[in-house]
Unconditional design. Structure first.
Lengths: 239, 246
């Protein structure tokens, strides 16, 4: 049997073993996959809490608890770009629902700062924060979002704020949509965790360098393949 | 003069040229036909049947209101097209923003919008049951279909959610009842569903459509029902977690 064939069989064998190991260890790997997404930590005293827009049932309520607990004196809220339903008055704009939830949970209206921007994405929201902090260089900010969303948020914070990202701390809001220990057993948990991984990949390509790295990797693989073929074709020198 | 040696450099160059040419043709075909491929990718997510003799239009709520921005217009048009038509609402689990009175419930919102479009309140019927997902909505509808053996229903829902609804309703209702439910997908006006990949919302709808459909195919009804905290429970949890700043 040629060396190439032995190598190929070894590769397949290793892959099969890895697959079996993953299946056997899924009880530990799956919770770890969700836990990896949660990079939130305990709160520190700060100048403001930024609520990333999304689920007001969790994020706004958590931000209100932080303000009422004395961790920060005010809440920053971005404003969503208008949708068809809220333009027609069928539903309230998302940021307005967050604002009302904060008021309902005891945050005074004067302590809620609406940032006048029209955001669509987490990336836009952090850009909005960067603009706001430009004239406040010493401020520290607590950033509140749902636990599985914290890793992507941290990536965006580091990408946009650079060194100033160290002046922000992520705080995870408990979510009833997704339990870390059994997320794959509920549809909302399944969608939440997998979509976060997909979005992380998208962000890495769209806003990061993963696209360039991937293209460079593909070019290297093609070059390596061509080199191997060429070497195989060159006859060995006769003794 | 004979044929070139199979291992000769000229033959190898020709073979490499042919492969490169084939790769370029395949790449060009992918670039030119990407719209077809992407449309095919979204096709399993869509299900649509003609309404037939149905006189009841069923609406379901999602987190942001009613699924499909134009659904309420569709529902009003539906009621006006023939006398005696009804709108059936499947009550969703109330979110904390509803519980605290910050936003109206799904039922309140739909009644307000439809009566604003000159539809009588009597034509709107709510099936109570605080459904958490499509499986629970299907069970609610099954009970109603069993009580109304002559009724046929058109289910209005988001376009890329319709395939999953068809799958779940077929599974829960079984053959004779499922044929009495037709699906009517309602497109999002913010993007053209034939070019869904050009819009962020379209990409999100297709992504979540596939995740939901994959879960339904692979798992069926969810094995655990996630706990839902009430507003008071959540506030108390957040207070205990973070406490007071030192």
């Amino acid at each position: 049997m040629s060396a190439g064939r032995v190598g190929c069989l070894a590769g397949w064998g290793l892959g099969a073993c890895l697959l079996v190991a993953v299946v056997l260890a899924r009880g530990r790997l799956l919770p770890a996959a969700a836990a990896w997404l949660d990079v939130g930590g305990p709160p520190e005293r700060a100048d403001a809490v930024l609520v990333l827009l999304g689920d007001p049932d969790t994020r706004a309520m958590t931000a209100a608890a932080l303000v009422r607990g004395g961790w920060a004196p005010r809440v920053l809220l971005n404003t969503f770009a208008p949708t068809e339903q809220d333009q027609r008055g069928i539903v309230l704009p998302g940021h307005e629902i967050h604002r009302r939830m904060l008021l309902r949970c005891g945050v005074p209206a004067a302590d809620i700062v609406l940032l006048d921007n029209r955001v669509h994405t987490t990336y836009d929201e952090v850009s909005g924060l960067a603009d706001y902090l430009a004239s406040r260089p010493d401020w520290r900010v607590l950033v509140v979002t749902d636990a599985p969303h914290t890793r992507r948020s941290r990536w965006v914070l580091r990408r946009i704020l650079g060194d100033r990202a160290s002046q922000t701390s992520l705080v995870s809001a408990a979510t009833d949509k997704c339990r870390t220990d059994c997320w794959w057993q509920s549809e909302t948990g399944f969608s939440f965790v997998l979509s976060e991984y997909l979005k992380l990949g998208f962000y890495a390509v769209r806003y990061g360098v993963a696209g360039y790295v991937g293209a460079a990797g593909a070019a290297l693989a093609v070059a390596w393949w061509a080199y191997r073929r060429r070497r195989r074709r060159v006859p060995a020198p006769s003794p | 003069m004979g044929l070139p040696d199979p291992g000769s450099p000229s033959r190898a160059r020709r073979a490499l040229g042919l492969k490169l040419g084939a790769a370029i043709i395949v790449l060009a075909a992918i670039v030119a036909g990407h719209a077809l491929v992407l449309r095919m990718l979204a096709r399993p997510l869509v299900s649509e049947q003609p309404p037939g003799a149905a006189a009841v239009l069923c609406l379901q709520g999602d987190e942001d209101g009613v699924e499909g921005d134009r659904t309420l217009d569709e529902a009003a048009r539906w009621c006006r097209e023939a006398p005696g038509r009804q709108v059936l609402l499947l009550e969703p689990w109330p979110r904390r923003v509803v519980e605290l009175g910050i936003v109206p419930s799904f039922e309140q919102m739909v009644r307000r919008e439809l009566t604003g479009r000159n539809i009588s309140n009597a034509a709107i019927v709510t099936l109570r049951g605080k459904a958490l997902d499509d499986w629970e909505r299907a069970r609610l509808l099954r009970a109603w279909l069993e009580q109304n053996p002559a009724a046929e229903v058109v289910m209005a829902c988001g376009r890329f959610h319709s395939g999953r609804i068809r799958y779940v309703f077929d599974a829960v209702l079984g053959r004779p009842l499922a044929t009495r439910v037709r699906i009517r997908p309602v497109a999002d006006p913010d993007y053209d569903p034939a070019y869904w990949w050009r819009s962020r919302q379209g990409v999100k709808d297709v992504m979540f459509g596939w995740l939901g459909l994959a879960y339904a195919w692979g798992e069926g009804p969810q094995r655990i029902t996630p706990s839902r905290w009430t507003a008071a429970e959540y506030q108390s949890l957040a207070r205990e977690t973070f406490g007071k700043a030192p």
